[in-house]
Design a protein around this ligand. Structure first.
Ligand code: SF4
Ligand code: SF4
Length: 193
């Protein structure tokens, strides 16, 4: 495995959507500090950008972080250099897929369940999503993961983010689904109407 590919940053600048924006990054770490998924990412956004500069192609393109980004926009709002961090992360994910990198099974499961819930409800059910992801690999793994994340669940519950009853669909779910369908078609190379 090539540990260092000096041309990788040029590859990113030239081929990844919003890739050139990384040039403005001053490595302050605000994006990483504010990302709600940082504890689940192998490399948070700041480190991904640093690895690109360091020519670590394999680490970046096989990273779970670029696949985990949920488009919450927190990093975009907070970056002092106005770098569209989220767009860069998505750009890297698309590029990695094009290059034949397959998301890890747990990351792929999470992405699929996240997508299914947004399509079904228009929002995330913070109780149902982890249940589906944790128990995808069987009862024992499900119980272990649930115990590992118990403290997060309690915090979500205390802050009113996790409800005991199932979440309901948002108003206008049909319009949202139409938008998602259209975006999916465009992503597969279909023509926008
Ligand atoms: S917040 Fe912006 S400038 Fe700071 S490390 Fe993240 S991308 Fe770079
Ligand atoms: S948009 Fe993605 S990278 Fe940025 S804070 Fe949210 S999850 Fe993290």
């Amino acid at each position: 495995m090539a540990a260092y590919e000096p041309s990788f940053s040029q590859e990113v600048f030239g081929n990844v959507d919003f890739g050139e924006e990384i040039k403005m990054c001053m490595q302050c770490g605000v994006c990483a500090g504010s990302c709600p998924l940082r504890d689940h990412m192998d490399y948070p956004p700041r480190q991904i950008f640093s690895l690109i500069r360091a020519g670590k192609r394999e680490e970046v393109l096989s990273s779970n972080a670029i696949m985990l980004c949920t488009s919450c926009y927190t990093c975009v709002v907070k970056c002092p250099r106005n770098i569209p961090v989220m767009d860069v992360m998505h750009g890297l994910a698309h590029y990695a897929l094009k290059q034949g990198y397959v998301p890890r099974k747990d990351t792929a499961n999470f992405g699929r369940e996240f997508w299914n819930q947004v399509y079904k409800l228009g929002r995330i059910d913070e109780k149902d999503l982890p249940r589906r992801v944790f128990f995808a690999d069987g009862l024992v793994n499900g119980i272990k993961s649930t115990l590992n994340f118990m403290d997060v669940g309690i915090k979500l519950f205390l802050h009113g983010r996790m409800k005991l009853l199932p979440e309901k669909k948002i108003k206008g779910i049909q319009s949202l689904r139409k938008m998602i369908d259209k975006a999916e078609k465009m992503g597969k190379g279909g023509a926008a109407a």
